[in-house]
Every structure is written in structure tokens, then in C-alpha cells.
Design a protein around this ligand. Structure first.
Ligand code: NDP
Ligand code: MG
Length: 388
């Protein structure tokens, strides 16, 4: 039987990598759903190639363009994620990839869990802000979860059924981004083009800026804590410019394991899809020059001040994480639109997380998605009203 697949965010960087993997196996899979926000041209190419029946285009204008131009019955075209229950009324999915960027990913991720046997989640915001809600759905519908972010996929692969109290420390690596060696006194003149040039990974814009500030690793520490139920003091970031090692785990039995793979998201994505099969992927030989010159160092706080935020995080799931994600999203947008400087991102984030108004959310558990979305919108408006 063909493996039934749904891809949320199929036109993004992660989505397209998955599509490329699936193209090599197209006679053994059936894609039941593809989604995009605006990139309907790419979506239609994918939908035609895989003969996909259902597509969601969330941007109203784009949805209407496609709806008007395709008056045949080839696709069922929907405009929002509330159609998911209708689409999957009579279909059970084997594997879903959640790869929408930003808060928009949480709602469809929660909706899909009911209809899929496995869900691979790349969307960080879902995990950081809505992990409690996701976990409830996963256990309610007995859906298996696989993390896609390379560090979390590595931890997941390394620990399998190990108990958390048998793990002394988990190190996740950071490349250091484009400004690892840039003189600190030139940070004021950084422009979006400089910050988007990631030395190792090809990724969407938002996550590229987060890599340049190191906020991406702050988020990954939160993700790791939530997914694997670690304490923050079990987790540490190491700068590793070669991005060859993705996670290192020191166990309580004296063993240390680490996971290495090429700097290519195709590898965790492929393994999230085929982790139960013996399917093979073409990959490079082990890189001895890198292994012989491994470099792993602590994070330089002056260069990446946002890492100080880790010490301010609450130990239990809370709405404070939503404030952090929304504040960062808004500041990154302002920077990309050249309305604030690169250095303002970390300066303002550190200011916002210490604001009394927001600190109270450290003890508030997110009850539902509406509460998360409402707070995220409020934080964004508040930042726009602040004079930065
Ligand atoms: P991209 O920006 O490349 O793609 C995002 C996808 O989501 C696109 O399909 C986009 O549609 C869709 N989308 C964006 N906004 C909305 C919205 N409001 N409503 C509906 N759909 C929307 O992101 P990435 O692929 O880089 O990342 C996806 C997620 O995975 C992010 O959360 C990121 O943090 C995480 N991640 C990414 C990694 C990477 O290497 N790229 C590594 C680890 C995690 P459209 O094409 O129309 O814009
Ligand atoms: Mg990562």
C-alpha cells in the first residue's frame, strides 16, 4: 500500500527538501495534502507532479486567483486550515510534515495530529509555544512524534528509550552564523543582506536572522527542554563552526555519544520519513579533514547577548515563551524592513523579557491556541508602539 503523506508548508525550504526526497519514491507514496501561503505557482507544480487531490492556499488573494483559473475538478482547493477535518474525513495519513514557519504552524499542526500516524515537526514555534497542547493531542490520538530540527532529531536518535535521569548533559551545536568572527565594533553597520548570508545552512529568511543573533539556539534549547523533558541545566550550547556534529550526549554511565551528519536538512527529513524502514540515502564519505580539526567552544556572550535569556526562562511550560517568540518575530521583521538595527534585536529582546508586564506570564500555562495567538498579537502591537 502507498504511504499517505500530508505536507504543511510544502513550498518552504523544509517542504521543498521533503518534496525532492519524495520525487525519488513517487510510485510508493501518495500525497493527500499540500499547503502554501502565497507561493501557489510552486504548489501547483508539486500538486501536478504528485497528482495531489487537496491543496490549501491560506492567502485569500492567491486562493481566489487559483480558484478562478482552475475551474476543473482536478484539485479540491481550500483557503484555510479549518478544512482539515473535512479533507481527512475518510483518509488516514501515515506521515505528516509540519513545516510552516511562525505561529501560523501551530493551528494546522494541532489539527493534523488526529488524522496522522506520525507527525514530523520542523515548525519551532509550535513546539516552543504550544508543546503542552501538542503533547495532549499526541497522547489522545496515539500519534508518533519525530522532531526534524537537526539537533533535536540527533538527540532523538541518540537517546531512544534512555531515561532522562541517566543523562548528565546534552550539548547542542551552533555554527556561530555569519558574524562568528566579525569585529564587534562593526556590528552597528550590519544590514539584512549580511545577516541572511548563513555560512553553512540554506534556510528561510526568519531562521537565518535568528542564526545570526543566536536566538535560534535559544529557541532550540527551549525546544529540547520541552520535547525531551530535560531541565535547562542539562542543556548547553557549543559553537561548532563546521556544523558536522549536531548533538553530543554525556550519559551517567560514563559514555558520551554524538551524532554527525553532513550539513544538509535532507538527512533529518529523510530519516524522519523512513526511520522504520531500511531505505538508503546517498551521502558523502565520512569527512576526515573535519573530524581531525573539530572545534567546539563556549558561546561568547558579548557577541551573542541573547543567550542570557536562557537563564530567565521558567522551568514549567508557560505563556512567557510565546512572548519571546512573538517579540523576536516582530523585531526580526523590523530589521528585515530596515526599520531597526541588527543590534537592536538583542537589545530590545533583553529589555522586553525583563518587563514586569511580561514577567507575570512565566507562571501562566497556555490553555488553548486562542490564548497563545492573542498574546502574540498583543506583544507584536506593543513592540510596534514602542519607540526603539
Ligand atoms: P520557509 O519560510 O522557507 O517556508 C515556510 C512555509 O510556510 C512556506 O510554505 C510558506 O508559504 C508557509 N507559510 C508561511 N507563513 C504562512 C502562513 N501565515 N500561513 C500558511 N502558510 C504559511 O521556512 P523554512 O522551511 O525554513 O522553515 C519552516 C519551519 O521549520 C520554521 O518554523 C523553521 O524554524 C523550522 N526549521 C527550519 C530549518 C531549515 O533548515 N529551513 C531547520 C530547522 C527548523 P509561502 O511559500 O507562500 O511563503
Ligand atoms: Mg537547528
Amino acid at each position: 500500500m502507498k504511504k499517505k503523506i500530508a505536507i504543511l508548508g510544502s513550498t518552504g525550504s523544509i517542504g521543498k527538501s521533503l518534496i525532492n526526497i519524495l520525487k525519488k519514491d513517487s510510485n510508493k507514496i501518495q500525497i493527500s495534502l499540500l499547503t502554501t501561503n502565497t507561493n501557489y505557482k510552486e504548489l501547483l507544480k508539486q500538486a501536478n507532479f504528485f497528482k495531489v487531490k487537496n491543496i490549501i492556499i491560506t492567502n485569500k488573494k492567491c486562493f481566489l486567483i487559483v480558484k478562478k483559473s482552475l475551474n476543473n475538478k482536478r484539485f479540491n482547493i481550500y483557503n484555510n486550515f479549518s478544512s482539515i477535518p473535512e479533507i481527512f474525513k475518510n483518509i488516514n495519513i501515515d506521515y505528516t510534515m509540519s513545516a510552516i514557519s511562525g505561529f501560523a504552524g501551530l493551528d494546522p499542526t494541532l489539527r493534523m495530529i488526529k488524522f496522522t500516524k506520525e507527525i514530523a515537526i520542523a515548525n519551532k514555534e509550535s513546539i516552543i509555544c504550544g508543546w503542552g497542547l501538542i503533547k495532549d493531542q499526541l497522547s489522545k490520538y496515539k500519534t508518533e512524534f519525530i522532531p526534524v530540527d537537526s539537533e533535536h532529531f540527533s538527540i532523538w536518535s541518540l537517546i531512544s528509550s534512555t531515561k532522562n535521569n541517566y543523562i548528565d548533559k546534552v550539548y547542542i551545536t551552533a555554527s556561530g552564523g555569519p558574524f562568528k568572527d566579525r569585529p564587534l565594533n562593526t556590528f552597528q553597520s550590519i544590514i539584512p543582506r549580511d545577516a541572511l548570508k548563513h555560512p553553512n545552512w540554506v534556510m528561510g529568511k526568519k531562521i537565518s536572522i535568528d542564526s545570526a543573533t543566536m536566538m535560534n539556539k535559544v529557541f532550540e534549547i527551549i525546544e529540547a527542554k520541552k520535547i525531551f523533558n530535560f531541565n535547562y541545566n542539562q542543556l548547553q550550547i557549543l559553537i561548532h563552526s563546521q556544523s558536522y556534529i549536531h548533538a553530543i550526549i554525556k550519559f551517567s554511565n560514563g559514555l558520551t555519544k554524538m551524532l554527525i551528519h553532513d550539513t544538509d536538512m535532507t538527512i533529518p527529513i529523510f530519516n524522519s520519513l523512513y526511520h522504520k524502514s531500511d531505505k538508503k540515502i546517498k551521502s558523502n564519505k565520512i569527512n576526515l579533514p573535519i573530524l581531525n580539526n573539530l572545534s567546539l567552544t563556549n558561546v561568547e556572550i558579548k557577541r551573542f547577548p541573547v543567550v542570557k535569556i536562557i537563564d530567565l526562562l521558567p522551568s514549567k511550560d508557560s505563556l512567557f515563551e510565546t512572548i519571546l517568540v512573538s517579540a523576536n518575530d516582530t523585531l526580526v521583521d523590523l530589521f528585515l524592513n530596515k526599520q531597526i538595527k541588527f543590534t537592536d534585536i538583542s537589545k530590545q529582546l533583553l529589555k522586553i523579557v525583563k518587563m514586569k508586564e511580561f514577567k507575570v506570564y512565566k507562571s501562566k500555562y497556555p490553555k488553548d491556541i486562542r490564548e497563545i495567538t492573542k498574546l502574540a498579537n498583543y506583544v507584536s502591537l506593543k513592540i510596534h508602539s514602542m519607540s526603539i
